[in-house]
Design a binder for this molecule. Structure first.
Ligand code: PMP
Ligand code: GLN
Length: 387
């Protein structure tokens, strides 16, 4: 198509296709095993599918209320109260969103005005920075090495200025698998209160946590909860990433502002799925077994690649395992991820793509939310590459 109109000025000049799409496409083109993009290979429970069918047949097919169907908000409120003893009122403090992606975008839009600075820990999930930029905000990075051993709170404090408005956190963390401790959240509480910051807490992997660790939600510390948007998702918890149903917990005044944006961005979220999730949530077994399920997969995968000679620090949570190959080669991680896909037939994500300034720490991320035979085949192929 030829056109005489002027080119539009991009609002996201630095953004291209996401690395997840790029690597999934490459995996497809080369018929490689896709351990790149994070999504489960297995289906959700047939019971959950039946519930969707039930509510579709019951005629729950028109717009849901803007904030989400009440039974789902009530079920989330009860679940959060049982885990943290914090009460979020279903009417005024819980909003159902189109995945955590929308919750994060709306939370950031709610608080960030042009020129505001937002602290972002990197490596960072890819949606935070564009959401900040689209609101005229400025991300200020706290760069952690991909082993992500310890958060240096003095460095975090040093990044705060009079323009800092908010801080984005993510635990369990994508891509490193790091889990924040109670002490981390206490440090964050003191810092956020001291500088009057709003916190946006991405907790989509809350139920995937290993080796006896416990997820410490920002909602569990009252002094933190009062200044935090907690963003969650059912995609990770129930193997339903394609449903895009998530939620946001926040105090009443923050929720009121959040909903002003949510109502004009999507208005409401897919109705029968919300009813189905509400009923399914009544049985805690449905999410409390998830950590053990994924811990077995993490162990299977780590065991199967342990003799390659990579440096592997077992993932603490999420369904990602990072491997450090710098002791074997110093090939650029993107080049290696491509070569591994094309030559060996297994796709991964180069972790440099989670940084603002592409820093190559020689780390690849593998997703282990796959069937055991896929993980074992993937591991076998990882042995085939010349590192
Ligand atoms: N945050 C993190 C850390 C993620 O890994 C993902 C997705 N994979 C999301 C948010 C987005 O969640 P959803 O698919 O529910 O939008
Ligand atoms: N969260 C997924 C990952 O980290 C990908 C989601 C997406 O493709 N946008 O792999």
């Amino acid at each position: 198509m030829s056109s005489v109109r002027a080119e539009i000025k991009s609002k996201l000049p630095k953004v291209g296709t996401t690395i997840f799409t790029t690597m999934s496409r490459l995996a497809e083109d080369h018929k490689a095993i896709n351990l790149a993009q994070g999504f489960p290979e297995f289906d959700c429970s047939p019971d959950l599918q039946k519930l969707v069918d039930k509510y579709t047949r019951l005629g729950k097919n028109q717009y849901a209320p803007m904030a989400g169907v009440l039974p789902l908000r009530e079920a989330i409120s009860e679940k959060v109260f049982n885990a943290t003893a914090t009460e979020y009122h279903p009417e005024t403090e819980i909003t159902i969103t189109s995945g955590a992606t929308e919750a994060l975008y709306v939370a950031i839009s709610t608080v960030v005005h042009p020129g505001d600075e937002v602290i972002v820990f990197e490596p960072a999930y890819d949606s935070y920075v564009p959401a900040i930029a689209l609101n005229g905000g400025v991300p200020v990075f706290v760069t952690l090495d991909p082993q992500y051993d310890k958060i240096d709170w003095e460095i975090v404090a040093s990044r705060i200025s009079e323009k800092t408005r908010a801080i984005v956190i993510n635990t369990p963390h994508n891509p490193t698998g790091k889990v924040w401790t109670l002490e981390d959240l206490q440090n964050l509480t003191a810092l956020a209160a001291g500088h009057d910051l709003i916190v946006i807490s991405d907790e989509v992997y809350e139920h995937i946590i290993f080796d006896g660790r416990v997820h410490v939600s920002a909602s569990s510390l009252p002094a933190l909860a009062e200044r935090t948007f907690v963003c969650g998702s059912f995609g990770k918890t129930f193997h339903t990433t394609g449903w895009k149903v998530g939620y946001c917990l926040a105090p009443k005044d923050l929720t009121a502002e959040f909903r002003k944006i949510h109502q004009y961005l999507v208005f409401s979220v897919v109705t029968p799925f919300q009813f189905a999730l509400a009923e399914y949530l009544n049985e805690p077994e449905h999410y409390l077994k998830l950590s053990a399920f994924y811990e077995t997969k993490r162990n299977l995968f780590v065991d199967a690649i342990k003799d390659v000679g990579l440096v592997i620090k077992a993932s603490e949570g999420s369904f990602f395992q990072n491997v450090f190959y710098g002791n074997l080669s110093n090939e650029n991680d993107f080049t290696l991820a491509k070569r591994l896909t094309i030559e060996a037939g297994v796709a991964s994500i180069p972790v440099s793509s989670f940084y603002d300034k592409v820093v190559d720490y020689n780390v690849l991320r593998f997703c282990f939310a796959k069937n055991d035979d896929t993980l074992l085949r993937g591991a076998e192929l990882i042995h085939k590459i010349i590192w």
